[in-house]
Every structure is written in structure tokens, then in C-alpha cells.
Design a protein around this ligand. Sequence first.
Ligand code: FDA
Ligand code: NAD
Length: 433
Amino acid sequence: MAEKHFKYVILGGGVAGGYAAREFATQGLKPGELAIISKEAVAPYERPALSKGYLFPESAARLPGFHVCVGSGGERLLPEWYKEKGIELILSTEIVKADLSSKSLRSAAGEAFKYDILIIATGSTVLKLSDFGVKDDAKNIFYLREINDADKLVEGIKAKKNGKAVVIGGGYIGLELSAALRINSMDVTMVFPEPWCMPRLFTADIAKFYEGYYANKGVKIIKGTVAVGFGSHANGEVKEVHLKDGRVLDADLVVVGVGAKPLTTLFKGQVAEEKGAIKTDGFFKTSAPDVYAVGDASTFPLKMYGELRRVEHVDHARKSAEQVVKAIKVSEEGKSIEEYDYLPYFYSRSFDLSWQFYGDNVGDAVIFGDSDPASPQHKFGSYWVNNGKIVGAFLESGTPEENKVIAKVAKVQPLVESLEKLSKEGLGFASKV
Ligand code: FDA
Ligand code: NAD
């Protein structure tokens, strides 16, 4: 099979792949210089839609509605856009071998690709229960990462209308999917091992609000245990979930969200890794010549905190993609740009709730506002104070202006005199910064 050669290859047509393509077009690109290779069958899209609008029972989001870059208020890049720009979109093509020394990639179908510069944007894949030794092959047990997974889930929800759903995991997928299934009128039970939901970010106080709110919406929550097996019907469909504490839950459908792992296996031994992903500098350059890594697949210097971090969220995928392309383009002119200076930003939406978080969740957490789940306003937040300074800020149901204010406070890191006073002042404190 003939070998194809490109000046630039982006491996992975997800969020970072799409935003990098837009940045290449902005910076200037000759037709035929850039290819995006993706195992997905569709052009890059805003992955967060899959656990939210895509699952709505009515007026659900569908492609081409949420191709990148609509998630950040930008132009929607349809397949025609790539054609117009002379960018080759090589879809339904999984790369199964990468040889960084000869700058070549090989697909599952045997096609060979050569590049001068490679951007690794392979993202993450789901952790499976089978990775922990739990057999998960009954029908109607779903994971969610790509649009194909979402389509199967939508079919499952339709087939099991008004049925019983068990959601395994209490993180992002657990919370967003429990809400989505409940909105689809399913009888939902969430199961997770920790003492409260989203322990990666939430304090016990924050979690109390969401757990109360979900309970009021009819979601049942079982904490402190995990799924150890499944029972199935004769036709292979899941029937029940067996928990470690001995309980058995009836289930017509199961969604599992027990974490993600960066997709770096193709490059094992060829490039330095750190914290489970590919180690980069502030320009997303890896240890291998002419190879860059961005998005979920990268571990990068988080300048504000003076340490290497991995971030599994869409904002970093977008911004790292823009940074890498700018860095590549200026380096071709022998110039340089400022290194990446990222303020971590995470968000989630479920039911009529919407939160944003900026900064770092370390130190003492101080809650403020009305965090009663039964309250009609339900507006509250939390600051994290470390070494006398605010380092992180969280806000539920903030207006766009209020969200800007909490972003600023996390960036500026003002000194705090008293935690008690801070809690009383609440959002007012951030507004004055
Ligand atoms: P991403 O996963 O987007 O793209 C990787 C691409 O590479 C995929 O198309 C994949 O198929 C392809 N690929 C991988 N290996 C390949 C190979 N060997 N050959 C060819 N192609 C290959 N974040 C957030 O901040 N807010 C939110 O609300 C959400 N919501 C959300 C919902 C769901 C369902 C998921 C799964 C994730 C989120 N996220 C999120 C996280 C966010 O979507 C994620 O951090 C970014 O998509 C990461 O972007 P990347 O481009 O790094 O990977
Ligand atoms: P996560 O890391 O957010 O949560 C994993 C959760 O799984 C843990 O909190 C724990 O409750 C649970 N868990 C771990 N082991 C378990 C076990 N053996 N049995 C039962 N529960 C167990 O991961 P996720 O929710 O699966 O999300 C996957 C990826 O998608 C992540 O990268 C996440 O950032 C991303 N995502 C992000 C958003 C968002 O930012 N709004 C939304 C959806 C997905």
C-alpha cells in the first residue's frame, strides 16, 4: 500500500485535534500539509455533549450540531471546512503502530503514514470493570467515551423505557448520567465506593447538596460499596448488579463510569511519561524530536503551581491545542512564545444545575451561600484557602459575570484574613478582587 506523507499529522480527531486544526488554519497552512487521523467515523466534535444534550429525551443534540468549535462559542467546523482548507480528515482509521524514530504510523488496515511533525491527541479511554477483574460482558452494560457508545446507550434507553438503571461510579459520568437517565424517566440507582460523590473535587459539604438534590429528583444513592458482578437473563441481557456488601440490585440497564486512562500505549518506551500520560514542556513538546502531545494525553507544567499535572477536561484540551500549534508555527520562524500558563477550569451540568470550578482544590475549604438542596435558589460556592491565600473557587448556578469573578479570584490568589469572615462575605469577597 502506498505511503502517505504530511508535514503535520494530528493523531486523534477529538476536541484537541479539532481545535488544533482551527489554529493551524488561523496561523496559515498550505493545502495538503496537515492530516488528522481518527478512529472515529465523524469529524471532531465537542465530546461533553455526549453525556448531556445527546441524551435528552426530546430535542436531543445531534451532529452536525456540535462539531468543534461551538463549545467555546466559535465557528462550527463541518467536514467541508477541512476540505476547503486542504486538511485531510482521515476517519475510521485506527493507528495500531507508531515508530517515532522513522516518523511513521501504521493503521489497522495496513496504511502507512509519514510525518515531519506529530501531535499526539489520542485523549483517554474508559477504565473498565474488567480491568478490576469484574466480568462486564452482559448486554445493556454501557460505557461512554465516543459517539458510537452514546448511540448504543440511546438505543438501550429506548429499549428499556421506564426501566431500572444502575449507574456505577460517583464521578463526572456517574453524576451526569444518573441525571440523564432520570430525565428519561428511568428508575435510577447510583453506586460508588467513596463516602460522598465526586471526591476528586467536591468536599463533603458540596457533595451533600448534590446528593440531596439528586435524592429529591428520585435518584437513589448507595455509597461505600462496588459492583462485583452481574446476573443476566437467558438472552444475555443484564438482570441484576451484585454489590460487594451482598446487596443485589435489579437492573435493565447499567452505565459504568469508573474513570479514564490516557491513551499512550502506542508510544510506550519511545517517549518519556509522567503521571500516566506523555510528559511535555510548556509548549507541549515531548522527549521525542518533532513529537508533541496535548489534551488528556499530556502531562504538562502547570506554571501557577510549579508542578507537572494531567488534566482530563475540555478547556485544557482546547487551550493546549491552540498553544501547541502557535509554538510549532513560531519555532519554524526561529522564534518562541510564552510558555503555557493555565488556570484549571472544570464544569458540569445536570438537571437544572450548573457549576464551575477554577484553580486548585487544596487546603481548607470554606463553603458560602445557600446550599440547601430543597431551596429554590440553590446558589452556593466554596473557596479553597492554602497558605493564607485563596487558591480555588467553586460556584453552583453562577451568572456569567459571577463565574468570571470566581475565575479571577483563583488566578489572583488574594490573601485571606479569616476563614469565618470569608464564609460570611461569600461571593462578595471575590467581587472585590
Ligand atoms: P478526545 O478523547 O476528545 O479525542 C481523542 C481522539 O483520538 C478520539 O477521537 C479517539 O478516537 C482518537 N484516537 C485515540 N487513539 C487513536 C488511535 N490509535 N488511532 C486513531 N485515533 C485515535 N470535560 C469538561 O471539561 N466538561 C465536560 O462537561 C465534559 N464532559 C464529558 C463528557 C463525556 C461523555 C466524556 C467522555 C468526557 C467529557 N469531558 C468533559 C472531558 C473532555 O471531553 C476531554 O477532556 C476531552 O475530550 C479531551 O480531549 P482530547 O482531544 O485530548 O481527547
Ligand atoms: P471520574 O474519575 O470522574 O470518576 C470515577 C469514579 O468512579 C470515582 O469517583 C469513584 O466513585 C468511582 N469508582 C472507581 N472505582 C470504582 C469501582 N470499582 N466501582 C464503582 N465505582 C468506582 O471518571 P468518570 O466519571 O468515569 O469520567 C471519565 C472521564 O470523562 C474523566 O476523564 C472525566 O474527567 C471525563 N468527564 C468529564 C466531565 C466533566 O468535566 N463535566 C463529564 C463527563 C466525563
